[in-house]
Design a protein around this ligand. Structure first.
Ligand code: FAD
Length: 422
């Protein structure tokens, strides 16, 4: 079956956009387009994950920066996730070896960017995905449980092929199909990047004492160990999410044993400041990589989220970057279509590429540099970085700048991230 409702060449008919990949950036884009353009655009999001019976179980919890929160408010999904969102009120940075008896604090940040506005909230991934998916369906986005096998461009259309032989002919396909994007590769778009010899291990940890909204980043020689506050709950009354960066070769020995051995390893890094701890979830390891697509699109195909750029989670900015790209792409496509232009034409691609290239490169370079600086035990490097951290701690202006950067509020923001309508 061929569904052909694209409008190129047919005045008055709705435009057709297919988003391949229903992760958070893909769904956010689809929702933003429908909210801005209503029935003048038909949006289909294809993802085999929609067909799985159990709800999405993403063990990752995300630090959603203030700018991304403003976008979620504008998309009217924030109210659905707010009850499960934990404001980050303070951030503490320590730098030590694993065996050191004390972990001296080198840097603290108060967590507000404006009166009563935290620079970030912690949100569990599964809940955010469900909220975005429900809002997209309610806005008329078609959720399709098949993957897109191929996207074949022609002059004025692109055909998305589904596994059961169906085809959707559209004006544009957005590839939001993750870091190993099949559609990016098939389009011949190059990728510059490398794998880190590290994995990111994530889990939810219960603890006895209240974290009081404090996020802690322990810089240890094998990489950062982040403790990020979650709303109360769990077997000991309070919970935090951990993102533990470890040398890849060590991971099987560290987390491959039984739950008790794994808990002992977590305890060694987590410390005792929050009292007794227990594991609330299994430990799951993700390979870590850096990469950026050489172009953010090809003929009638645009890249979004991890399909366009992957960064180290050291600063918790991967999803925020993906949402910022979704906001910029929604803006470029909406403006293009309101002018009566073709969303699959060169104008939207150029605007999108121009608005995102520098920001993405800058964020990628910053997270890569931070990881290199902090994942080492070399004494001169440790002394220099601790001196730097101590210096920043005494300069309130610089601290404010860093907090605004972490909140995603520095530089020019897409309209949705300023909390404005498209
Ligand atoms: C350990 C770790 C911790 C992190 N912590 C943070 C954090 O605190 N804050 C933050 O901002 N970011 C964080 N990130 C980064 C963040 O997880 C990613 O940037 C984000 O999940 C990317 O979303 P995505 O939708 O682009 O890709 P993915 O989440 O990979 O989703 C891709 C989707 O596409 C679907 N798909 C695949 N192939 C096809 C196809 N052919 N057709 C249709 N659908 C397809 C898949 O089923 C999937 O649903 C972290 C990453 C790691 C590894």
């Amino acid at each position: 079956m061929v569904r052909d409702e694209g409008a190129s060449g047919r005045r008055g008919a709705a435009r057709e956009i297919v988003v391949a990949g229903g992760g958070l950036p893909g769904l956010a884009l689809a929702l933003a387009l429908r909210q801005a353009l209503g029935d003048t655009v038909r949006v289909t999001v294809c993802d085999p994950a929609f067909g799985r019976a159990d709800p999405p179980r993403d063990l990752r919890a995300y630090a959603v920066a203030a700018a991304a929160r403003r976008m979620l408010e504008r998309l009217r999904v924030w109210d659905a996730v707010a009850p499960g969102a934990q404001p980050i009120r303070e951030m503490v940075i320590t730098d030590s070896r694993l065996a050191d008896p004390v972990r001296p604090t080198f840097l603290t940040f108060e967590g507000e960017v404006a009166e009563g506005e935290p620079f970030a909230h912690m949100i569990e991934g599964g809940g955010l995905l469900i909220a975005l998916r429900d809002a997209a369906a309610a806005a008329g986005v078609v959720l399709e449980t098949s993957p897109v096998l191929a996207a074949l461009p022609e002059t004025d259309r692109i055909t998305a092929r589904l596994p059961d032989g169906r085809q959707i002919r559209a004006d544009l396909v957005v590839a939001a199909d993750g870091a190993r994007s099949r559609l990016r590769e098939a389009a011949g778009i190059g990728w510059v990047g490398w794998s880190y010899p590290q994995s990111g291990i994530v889990a939810t940890v219960a603890h006895e004492r209240d974290h009081e909204g404090r996020a802690i980043e322990h810089f240890l020689p094998s990489g950062p160990f982040a403790v990020l506050p979650l709303p109360p709950g769990g077997s000991l009354g309070h919970r935090s999410s951990i993102v533990w960066t470890e040398r890849q070769a060590e991971v099987p020995a560290l987390i491959g044993g039984g739950p008790e051995e794994a808990l002992t390893e977590v305890e060694r890094r987590f410390g005792l400041s929050l009292g007794r701890i227990a594991l609330e979830s299994p430990l799951r390891a993700y390979p870590l990589a850096f990469g950026i697509a050489r172009r953010f699109g090809a003929r009638r195909l645009l890249l979004l989220g991890d399909a366009a750029h992957v960064i180290h989670p050291i600063a918790g900015q991967g999803l925020n970057l993906g949402l910022r790209s979704a906001a910029a792409l929604a803006e470029a496509l909406t403006d293009t279509m309101r002018l009566g232009l073709d969303p699959g034409g060169p104008e939207a691609l150029e605007t999108y590429e121009r608005s995102r290239r520098f920001d993405t490169l800058a964020m990628g370079a910053a997270t890569d540099g931070l990881n290199r600086l902090f994942s080492t035990d070399a004494l001169p490097v440790r002394l220099a970085r601790d001196l730097g951290l101590g210096l920043v701690d005494r300069l309130p202006g610089l601290k404010r700048m860093f907090i605004r950067e972490a909140a995603g509020l520095r530089g020019r923001q897409p309209r949705l991230m300023r909390g404005e309508a498209l």
